[in-house]
Design a protein around this ligand. Sequence first.
Ligand code: BYC
Length: 318
Amino acid sequence: MSAPTLDRPAAPDEAALQAQFDATIAADHRIEPRDWMPEAYRKGLVRQIAQHAHSEIIGMQPEGDWLLAAPSLRRKAILLAKVQDEAGHGMYLYSAAETLGADRADLTDKLIERKQKYSSIFNYPTLTYADVGVIGWLVDGAAICNQVPLCRSSYGPYARAMIRVCKEESFHQRQGYELLMTMMRGTDGQRAMVQDAVDRWWWPSLMMFGPPDDDSPNSAQSMAWGVKRHSNDELRQRFVDMTVPQAAVLGVTLPDPELALDPDTGRYRFGAIDWTEFKQVLAGNGPCNDERIARRRAARDDNAWVTEAATAYAGKHA
Ligand code: BYC
C-alpha cells in the first residue's frame, strides 16, 4: 500500500478490495460499475451479457422472416412490435456490457467473426406461421424461466435490464400462446401446422438452458458470484414442469414418449436430449448458422454509413 499524502488518501490494496467485493456478494448486495471487481468477474459478465445481447439481435431474424407474410394486418402489427422489442433488449444488454468497459462495435465484430456465441435456438428455420406462435410460447417461455432469476443477478446494470426484458418477454409468451390457441380452434390443417411446429421446436427449446450441469464449465463460478442463481438443469426442469400442463390445455402432444409425471417428486421426467446436435449447432453447423451470420454481417456493412454519420453528429454535439 502506498503512503498516504495530505491531499490524497492511499488507494486500498487489492486484498482489501477483494475482501470488500466478497463481502458485497456474500451480503447479496449489487456490484455497480463504479465498484472494484475481479477481472475474471468482469470478463465472465461480458461473456454472458454479450452472448445474451447477440441472441436478442440474431433472434429477430427467424420471426422477422414472417413480417412480410403475416396472415393479417393485426398479426403483422403484433409481430412487428415483438421483433422491435427484441432489438430493444439487445440495446439494453449492449449498454450493460459497456458499463464493464466493452465496446459495442467490437462485440458485434466478435459475433460476426464467430468469436462470441448467441443462443443455439436461433439457428433453426421458421417454416410456417405456426412457428411464430411456438417461438413465443416455447422460446420466450424458456427465456422467461432463465431470465427471471437474472433479475437478482449480482451485477446491477444486468439485473435492472432483466426486469424490463422479463416484463416484455411475458407479453411475448402470451401473444405466442394466443396465436396458437387461435390456430388450434381453426381447421385441421392449422392444427397440423401447430403440432408440426411443436415437434420441431421442443427439443431445441430444452437445449436453450445450456449443457447439463456436469458438463457446464461456467456454472460453478457464475453461481458462486451470484451472476446465475440456478443451474442449467434446474431451470430446464422448471420449464418442463411449467410447459406440460400448457400443452395439454392447447391440445398438442410434446414429442417425447418418455415424458411422465413422477408421482414421488411431482415433477415431469423427460427423455434424453441430443447433446450431439447441440454441440453441432454451437460449432456453427446448425441448419441456419451461416445464414444468420451472413445477414448480420450485411446489416453491419450496409449500414456502416449510418453509424458513421450518427457518431459524427454525436461528436459535434458532445
Ligand atoms: N446456445 O458453462 P455453460 C431470447 C455456451 S434470447 C449457445 O453452461 P453459462 C429471445 C456457453 O455460453 C435468450 N451457447 O455457460 C430473443 C458456454 O460457452 P462460452 C438468450 C450456449 O454461461 C429473440 C458453453 O456453452 N438468453 O430470449 O454458465 C426472440 C458452456 O455453457 C448455450 C440468454 O442468453 C446455448 N443455448 O450458462 C425470442 C440468457 N448454452 O461462453 C427470444 C443469459 C450454453 O464459455 N445466459 N452455451 O464460450 C445464460 O443464462 C447462460 O449464459 C446460459 C449458459 C444458461 C445460456
